[in-house]
Design a protein around this ligand. Structure first.
Ligand SMILES: Nc1ncnc2c1ncn2[C@@H]1O[C@H](COP(=O)(O)OP(=O)(O)OP(=O)(O)O)[C@@H](O)[C@H]1O
Ligand SMILES: [Mg+2]
Length: 255
């Protein structure tokens, strides 16, 4: 069994199928980029992986264990919109994220001081040490998003879920964030699932690029069917679809 196993998921909202027959295996350390039309269920898929919602049918296994709707430090998420707390300083944003990832939820005394020291070390590492005492509104978009990623990392997750993390950033800042994410990944060996609308970004960062789309479509009732994974590209090999590779090998054998 792979590190992450998704088996035949089905999920609906208000009787409207959103995802159907979604299956996927990912190895530990793999970076899976997720693309697909707006509204096809990409964020929903991440919420199911996060275990924030239970699928109506199907099962997700992480490291051999089925997800059961319990919060866990093994998964961290950066949401589509900025997820930092505006009323907390940059340092306390990290401390709060760590506190939230603990069963008791609050930190006191020495434990809190130690958490602050850890937060400062984290901020130093991601180049935000000089703004630890400031509020997020004083930071640029790229800095805020770096802070959001640092928050997600506070619980030392084995799986990082990123929902269009760089969508609101200018191209230069985006490039910096790509380098930052690649370094983090090399350092931690994390497994990453990242939703993006930017195909070059999907192929640049991902080992794989999976596409969500509807295979069944009723023109009289567009909401009748959900989306599934229609392509699974190997991004490490020039983006050639797995299926095509197999066909090519077959073709070579025949000629
Ligand atoms: N909590 C919810 N209750 C009801 N419907 C929902 C809920 N969350 C999402 N939906 C619906 O499910 C569908 C999929 O939403 P989702 O946010 O997963 O799409 P997405 O692929 O992430 O889109 P985008 O690219 O625009 O972010 C949409 O039609 C959305 O309106
Ligand atoms: Mg979304």
């Amino acid at each position: 069994m792979s590190f992450v196993e998704v088996e035949n998921l089905f999920h609906a909202y208000g009787g409207r199928p959103i995802l159907e027959r979604v299956s996927l295996s990912a190895e530990e350390g793999e970076f899976v980029s997720i693309v697909g039309a707006s509204g096809c269920g990409k964020s929903t898929f991440l919420r199911l992986l996060l275990d924030q919602e239970r699928p109506e049918r199907g099962e997700i296994y992480v490291d051999g264990d089925p997800l059961q709707g319990e919060p866990s430090r093994s998964r961290g998420i950066v949401f589509q919109r900025y997820s930092v707390f505006p009323h907390l300083t940059v340092r306390d944003n990290i401390v709060a994220a760590e506190a939230l990832s603990r069963p008791l939820g609050r930190l006191f005394g020495n434990i809190r001081r130690a958490a602050r020291a850890r937060a400062d070390a984290t901020l130093e590492r991601i180049g935000l040490g000089h703004v630890a005492g400031q509020y997020p509104s004083a930071l640029s978009g790229g800095m805020q998003q770096r802070l959001a990623i640092a928050q997600a990392l506070a619980g030392k997750p084995r799986i990082l879920l990123l929902d269009e993390p760089f969508g609101a950033l200018d191209p230069g800042t985006r490039e910096q964030m790509h380098a930052f994410l690649q370094e983090l990944r090399a350092e931690t060996g994390m497994t990453v699932f990242m939703v993006t609308h930017d195909l070059p970004e999907a192929f640049k960062l991902g080992d794989r690029v999976i596409v969500f789309d509807k295979v069944r479509w009723d023109p009289h009732d567009p909401a009748a069917y959900g989306a599934t994974i229609t392509y699974d590209f190997d991004a490490r090999n020039g983006g050639i679809p797995y299926q095509l590779q197999k066909d090519e090998i077959h073709g070579l054998a025949e000629s």
